[in-house]
Ligand binder design. Structure first.
Ligand SMILES: [Zn+2]
Length: 278
């Protein structure tokens, strides 16, 4: 999955280092990321590529470390301009090699959105600034502190008589095959979310929930929680077409013909099913 970065090391302790030439720079504009693509694949700039007067913490916000190198966020309001690089669709990061750049990029994107959306205090309206000691935004006027937003959501593989219920979302950029999914609501356990989402999206009761794994998914500020479960009673599917375009039962053989990008928990769960690993 996207967080399995092989020999790479991700360290998210908050620091205040000065930028070094080899450090990595992430810049975003909406849902686009600043990158270059050549024969070696996708890459993002280093601090060395920046103009001399921008290689400092006035223009760069420390994010985390990747393999010992610090990763910084371009925090100027103006867009970054470096010959050979341009802003392009965030989803292109998925094809970055090594994969640690993809994981760092999506996590940087999560923090980009959080810094962008917390410039002003939600309690008193005054400007906020990064805290000195921890990854938080602080309002000096009223003392309000805001931490990065992480939204838990479930991914559900519903099973019945050797088949798994796969879906396609309605009205989303992602067109591939998916599983039932949804956000945890206030006052709800993740298991309650599984039961509610399956009922809402396809009209089924489920039982025998089994936890699979979690996955941080910075593209949407999510922490995804995977479960397999079984149909309890009537297996007739009633699709909510506001959420899904289709929902269909698939057996292992037909799912083996699908091209699955196992960087996602969803695809990993479908892969586990088709290889008989559940
Ligand atoms: Zn305030």
């Amino acid at each position: 999955m996207i967080q399995d970065i092989g020999t790479g090391v991700f360290r998210n302790e908050y620091e205040k280092p000065e930028p070094c030439d080899e450090d990595i720079v992430f810049a975003f504009d909406g849902r686009t990321v600043f990158f270059r693509e050549d024969q070696e694949g996708i890459s993002v700039p280093t601090v060395r590529d920046l103009p001399d007067d921008k290689r400092n913490t006035k223009s760069l916000q420390f994010l985390f470390r990747l393999g010992g190198r610090a990763c910084f966020l371009w925090k100027e309001d103006s867009l970054l301009e470096i010959t050979g690089y341009s802003y392009g669709n965030l989803r292109r990061l998925r094809s970055a090699h090594p994969q640690d750049l993809c994981f760092a990029g999506e996590t940087a994107f999560q923090l980009y959105g959080w810094y962008r959306d917390n410039r002003f205090c939600g309690r008193c309206g005054k400007p906020m600034h990064p805290d000195e000691k921890e990854r938080a935004m602080r309002c000096d006027a009223c003392g309000h502190i805001v931490y990065p937003k992480i939204m838990p959501a479930v991914i559900v593989g519903v099973l019945h008589e050797g088949k798994i219920l796969t879906t396609r979302y309605a009205g989303r950029e992602f067109r591939g095959r998916a599983l039932i999914a949804g956000f945890c609501e206030i006052g709800e356990t993740a298991e309650d979310t599984v039961r509610r989402e399956v009922m809402e999206e396809v009209g089924l009761r489920v039982k025998n929930l089994r936890y699979v794994a979690t996955q941080p998914w910075g593209f949407e500020s999510d922490l995804l929680i995977g479960y397999f479960c079984e149909v309890d009673g009537n297996p007739t599917v009633r699709v909510d077409h506001n959420e899904l375009s289709i929902a269909e039962w698939m057996d292992r053989e037909s799912l083996l013909k699908e091209n699955l990008q196992t960087i996602s928990l969803t695809a990993t769960m479908m892969d586990l099913f088709r290889r008989g690993k559940i």
